[in-house]
Ligand binder design. Sequence first.
Ligand code: ZN
Length: 254
Amino acid sequence: MVAEVRLIPCLKDNYAVLLHDPSGATALVDAPDAAPIRAALEAADWRLSDLLVTHHHGDHTAGIAELKKQFNCRVIAPRREAAKIPGVDVTVREGDFVTIGTMVGRVLETPGHTNGHIAYWFKQEKLAFVGDTLFSVGCGRVIEGTPEVMWQSLLKLRGLPPDTQVYCGHEYTAANVHFALTIEPNNAALRARAEEVVALCGEGRPTIPTTISSEKSTNPFLRADLPSLAAAVNRPDDGGAQIFAVIRARKDKF
Ligand SMILES: [Zn+2]
């Protein structure tokens, strides 16, 4: 028996994810909106046992109160942001483990988008839930942290096993691919991903999950320490954090 994962589109372009353990436990990662999540739970006949929060933004937390009221689920959230998140039962930080039935997830602190942002990595199941830190072919805006802090968080995620399935908080891939092609127009893996994304979006299908392996070959924000990226932005003498900052600033204006 293996874990089942269900991606739930919410609001305009958010994703929530259900993670179901054969033992019966079901965790939700982020709660943008209670209604579609409740519908997905009912359709699968799953009962929500745990709610894992990645960060405090409203489009990840607005559904918590309603879902907790209905399911009395355990709400797990980053310690550094617990005061900004409703209904928190358990706070976690780097290196802590969360147990969902028989599944064990490790907490990775990934600050930058927000200062307390965390990701959840289920090593055995080869799954990572990365919120708004890493997107497919992109990354979150650096809202509370610095580019250096965000770069370190991305390096942490880049270091996960290549075959890890990555679930992020938004469907931004098509726009991200457009931007990435302005940085690396000749990246063959990126061009292949672009075609794939056009096909998926054309069918109204999600581009998520992605994998660490795919992101390492296509995502300019994970590739900022490669000489080819430094050359692409005309900063041959700069290091990864500096190149990352340049690319992030360009994306913000794109
Ligand atoms: Zn956010």
